[in-house]
Every structure is written in C-alpha cells, then in structure tokens.
Design a binder for this molecule. Structure first.
Ligand code: C2E
Ligand code: MG
Ligand code: MG
Ligand code: MG
Length: 284
C-alpha cells in the first residue's frame, strides 16, 4: 500500500507539473504579446534626500498593464520573464522609458534628478547589455552619471567573475551601481568588497523591524555603520512611518524610499508632484 501511495503521488506530481508547464507557457505567450502591444509600463518611486527631504531621484519599477487583469506586479511576472529570456526585452524597455522620462524631467524642472533601474542577473549574462545602455544614453542625451543600476547578488549569474566584469563596464560608462536588498538573499560581505557600487540599499525587512526586533535593529545599525565606513551612500527602502524615518535619519541614512513619502506612481503623477513642488518654490 505504501509503495502504491508513492506511485500515485509521483503520477500526480507529473500531471501537476504538466499542468503548470502549460500554464506558464500560456503566460509566456501573453507576456510576449504584452511587450508587442505596449502593456509594459514603468512606475517611479521618489527617492528622498534625508537632510533636505527633497526629491533626489527615482527608482523605476516595471508594471504590466493587463487589459483584463489590471496592473500585474513584477513579483508575478519577472521570474517568468527571466526563465523565458523575455527579461532582456523588458529590461531594455524599462531602461529606455526611464531614461527618456528622466531627461524630460531634468530639463523641465532644472533639477539634477537621478534614476535607479533594477537589473536582473539574467540581463547581466548578456554582453550586449552594455552596448544597449550606451545606445540609450546617446539617444536620450542623458548624462551617464544620472543613471544608477540596482543589482543583487544572485545564484542566477552564470559566473560571478563575468558579472563583476559587467559591473565594471557599467561604471566605466559613467553610470553608478547600487547594491539592492542588502542583508537578505545572497548578498555577502565579499560582494560588498568587490563590487564598484556607490550605494547600498537596506532591505525593507530591517526597516519594518525597527522598534520590533532588537536583533534586526542591531544588524541594521551595524550595516549602516559598515556602509558608511567603506564610503557608500545608504538608501533605506520601505520607510512607512515617521518613527522609522527618525530612527534611520538619526543613524545617518542618506536617502529614503517608502510609502511615507510616496508609492511608486505613473509618470504623469510624478509630473503632478514635480509641478506642485515648483509652484511652492515659486510662491516662497
Ligand atoms: P526592489 O527593487 O527591492 O523594489 C522595492 C519594492 O518595494 C517595490 O515593489 C516597491 O513598490 C516596494 N515598496 C516601496 N516602498 C514601500 C513601502 O513603504 N512599503 C512596502 N511594503 N513596499 C514598498 P515592486 O514594484 O512590486 O517590485 C518588486 C521587485 O521586483 C523589486 O524589488 C525588483 O526586485 C523587481 N523589479 C521591479 N522592477 C523591475 C525591473 O524593471 N527589472 C527587474 N529586473 N526587476 C524589477
Ligand atoms: Mg530595487
Ligand atoms: Mg530593494
Ligand atoms: Mg526588495
């Protein structure tokens, strides 16, 4: 009976995997169509200067505007895009859209705004990425130093050595690098030593646990201290409350991102915010 049960289980598994495979095949087709029909959109979340509380720049966050399902978040389709290779196209779309928006905003508001763009480790496995970024820079007329690329350490790199070569090429172009989600996943201290990054982004988990977990607070404090001592800027992600802001500000964080200041918004809504800001300054 035992053996039988095991067999049944494995048959069930195979059917389930088959069903799942079909579903994700279907999703890949949908995603391909979404790219062709311009359903891939970019939202922008303001990055706030901790000292002035003014907008210093943005993080570009991809969205899938599905005609029936509405907005689909990257957590749901980026993994699929990575598996299928569509991430190369999507990633390039994000870079193009974000750079074009940034150039328009810098010009209209006369501000040295920056744009941070997430790179998937899969994108870094393709050498052509560098030429594509360089093409976008030339096309949009943006200065490379305003483009920042957010990277994570990952098991998805074909080789860490090759990834490091790519990181250096990005920096050689004049762009900057940020280490995203620091303190979770695969980020290690060795990574911090080797990557030519300017900024370290502290993961939301640690921000969430301010005042809740003394252990996480200790890790947070030590991370900020270490990052400062190796000369990195620090961005805190997921800042939702005033007490979190105060804590992080007191510890010396340079920039904040989070719902306390703004959710990620479509470009038109960001323009409303920048218009308002300009209006306030004019009346001041
Ligand atoms: P991430 O790069 O760490 O981005 C931060 C995530 O935190 C975003 O989720 C953002 O909407 C969310 N967030 C910001 N402030 C708060 C807050 O105060 N509270 C909470 N609870 N959440 C906050 P989102 O947009 O769903 O993106 C999720 C992840 O998807 C990103 O994490 C990034 O890893 C990936 N992703 C997003 N856009 C792209 C892209 O263009 N390319 C690639 N390869 N990955 C992307
Ligand atoms: Mg990010
Ligand atoms: Mg992050
Ligand atoms: Mg994150």
């Amino acid at each position: 009976a035992k053996l039988n049960g095991k067999n049944q289980y494995s048959i069930y598994r195979t059917e389930l995997d088959g069903e799942q495979a079909k579903q994700s095949e279907e999703m890949v087709k949908n995603l391909e169509q979404a790219i062709e029909s311009d359903q891939i959109d970019v939202y922008y979340q303001p990055k706030i200067d901790a000292k002035t509380e003014d907008i210093a720049g943005f993080e570009a966050l991809v969205r899938w505007q599905h005609p029936e399902l509405g907005i689909i978040s990257p957590g749901l389709f980026v993994p699929l895009a990575e598996q299928s290779g569509l991430i190369h196209k999507i990633g390039l779309l994000v870079i193009e859209k974000a750079a074009r928006c940034l150039k328009a905003w810098q010009t209209r508001y006369e501000l040295p705004l920056t744009m941070s763009i997430n790179l998937s480790p899969i994108q870094l496995n393709d050498n052509r990425l560098i030429d594509r970024i360089s093409y976008v820079i030339n096309q949009t007329g943006i200065q490379a130093k305003y483009l920042d690329f957010e990277i994570t350490e990952s098991e998805k790199f074909k080789s860490v050595k090759d990834a490091l070569v790519m990181f250096n090429r990005i920096v050689d172009m004049g762009c900057t690098l940020s280490i995203d989600d620091f303190g979770t996943g695969h980020s290690t201290l060795d990574y911090l030593r080797k990557i030519p990054a300017k900024t370290l982004k502290i993961d939301q988990v640690f921000v969430k646990n301010i005042g809740l977990s003394p252990d996480d607070e200790a890790i947070l404090d030590a991370t900020i201290d270490m990052a400062k001592r190796v000369g990195h800027f620090i961005v805190a992600e997921g800042v939702e409350t005033e007490s979190q802001r105060q804590y992080l500000s007191h510890k010396g964080c340079d920039y904040f991102q989070g719902y306390l200041f703004s959710r990620p918004l479509p470009a038109t809504k960001i323009e409303d915010i920048l218009d308002q800001r300009a209006q306030i300054l004019k009346n001041y």
